[in-house]
Design a protein. Sequence first.
Lengths: 441, 422
Amino acid sequence: MSKFLNLSIPVFGGIALLIGLAFGMSSRDHNASKIETLETRLEQVSEHAANSAEETKVQANRASELEAKLADIEVVYAELAKRGSSLTEPAPSIPDTLGIGRTAHPNEIAAWDVDVLPDGRGLPDGSGDVFTGEEVFAEKCAACHGDFAEGVDNWPVLAGGFDTLADKDPVKTVGSYWPHLSTAWDYINRSMPFGAAGTLTPDETYAIVAYILYSNDLVDDDFELSKDNFSEFEMYNKDGFVIDDRPNAEYAKWQAEPCMSDCKDEVQVTMRSVFLVDTPPEGGSDSVPNMATIDGLPSFTKDGPSFIPVEDEKPAEEKVEKASLATSSQEVAGAADLIKAGKKVFKKCSACHQVGDKAKNRSGPILNGIVGRTFGTVDGFKYSNVFKAAAEEGRAWDEASLAEFLKKPKAYMKKTKMSFSGLKKDEDLKAIIEYLKSTGQ
Amino acid sequence: MDEKSKIRSRRSFLKGSAAMMAGTVVAGSARANEADPLITELQDWASSTGVGVDETPYGMPISYESHVVRRNVEWLTADPISSINFTPIHALDGTITPQGCAFERHHSGAIELRKEDYRLMINGLVDRELIFTYEDLERFPRENHVYFCECAANTGMEWAGAQLNGAQFTHGMIHNMEYTGVPLRALLNEVGADISSDKWVYVEGADASSNGRSIPMEKALDDVLVAFKANGEALRMEHGYPVRLVVPGWEGNMWVKWLRRIEVSDMPVESREETSKYTDVLEDGSARKWTWVMDAKSVITSPSPQMPIKHGPGQMVISGLAWSGHGQITRVDVSKDGGITWETARLGKQGDTKALTRFYLDTNWDGAPMLLQARAMDDTGYVQPTKDQLRAQRGENSVYHNNCIQTWYVNTKGVAENVEVS
């Protein structure tokens, strides 16, 4: 734009000169030569003016071309700025297909497309009743979810919790919270049991879902769930959900230019971290309750903290002592430490196996005194055929065989029911065997 | 020691620390009393030879950095196979998270799936139901983008008050990588998908958890990537090798790992992970669903509980991360007094959308206690809320989407602690 303005100045200048000359002429004696000169000049000036106008037009066109280009560039830049972290130009959009990929076989789609929609589409034929469900649940689910779907340890609770959703710690179960029955069927069918996903038959899944409904007191004990009555079932919390309303409820409110000074009169610490978290060199973390209270902490105003607490030097010293202790204990790491480490590793097994005085068979057998014991001989546990065969042969567990088995269970005992993939680290194997040896008979 | 002698007046303290600072400055610029043997004595590393090439064909961080690792909090979950660990954000700088310390979240453990065994099925409301191999995916035009991936449960523990002492544990369910992948829209084009706006794509993983999420068509066509590289190299097993979905700005659970199937459908599946989990119970017991976007959030990573100030009063750098699932971070303010006064921090380059932004406040610490906070703003004008604002809106029964302003109390020794303030 500025270029265009500069170009137009000579044109206007030329016209002004022309008008000035015309006025000057009328008040003078006629002098032929002067007239001639002036006429010539006039011609020259008009020609110049015409040329200038032409040139100006060209320049103006050029300027507007440049302007258009600039606008284009600005659009591109705006697009680039918008994309920001796009490190390449966008992939070209392709109108047709590229002919990549092959047609899916119907059996392939049948194998993988097993999800079930809220309206029941995707359900296979089949049925299962509460009674059957109880049996299947006890065998395949109860180790983690409890015999009554009440949940073991930190594993999910599946039953109860009605009318707790507005409480401080809502109990969100299949019964109290899940809005669609299809979700339960779909999830159990595809993702459960933990460690043996995808192994349930449709009838088993119908039966388990029926039992979970029963354990939530949502059906009677003679209830049978099938593809036909599935979509009739309405869940307790079906109307409990709203679609994300943050745009209206929150975003609209939290848009104001934020305060930069004198935003509050006074600020106090109302709570200190519940846990201090140790981060040991070997990894992981140890949460230690924080005994410190908010007493003795300053409050803050715009002038700064109300007072300056003198920090105790002691904790730092303790830390040093603790650290040096840790080093020395590492140096004398013996069986006791190994057992301790093994106990930690055993957490990977404890979903299915128990040890100790009160141990029971869950989805895996009790492991008390496993080292030295004959394969497959825990009372009351239903072993797979490979273990039955090993028991008949009288093979007994020793440290070497246990290590080999635990390293890759399915390689050592082909067709074992145990779904665990194995312990990869030798130190874990060593530790867990030491721990299992310590668990007695 | 009695209380009175513990508590000195602010005035006398500030005098003392000013003197101390003056002392530091003098000592710093004057000649040291004794020569530093690290300089005056010939060191081994300056005399003998080091390690040859190929000693570690794939390099690991030097042993001195072995504490900078992902860490788990065991008691949070029932089993490490279905669990989460935390990125050591306190110890990182810049914005890119190295894959080896980027947080993991598995529902049935991380699986080993070979590229040769990889198949991607796209079916449902499409003209052609197709199967793609890994090599097929590499034949589509691909793009590179940096995006953050944040678990919806990041900072979730802190709904109940200050719980875990460390930025790694309060805010470490996040990572930020440069992804290479094929825009999902290119694959949808290839199969001739029905892309009308009321359609959904259901995306599903190949592991035993079979994690699946429904994504509305508008998002699927926008910026979703089917990614196979992160930070220039193959994805790590724990992040979904060989192929994962990248859903920019949206909760990490939707970034399906070991992606094996995409189904175009006329309704959401309402799977377990989008009904019983990743929904937000409000105070009255009703719950929000489809809360996909991760709102603007920030945290000071240093100083923080795992990163105390060790150098004493004087010049220092307050550093942290900010991000928004809605777009770019436009401003981060830092407060040293629990939100009474704020200063605007320096930001990294503009234009990083749905990616981590690094901020710095270069400042002078007088040695007095601080209540450190950071507050992010994004290009929608949204201002990161306080915990009180969030609680007033949602109650305290939520698990997910806690993007509150975090407070660290820094004492006179420079030690920081996770606290909650009035």
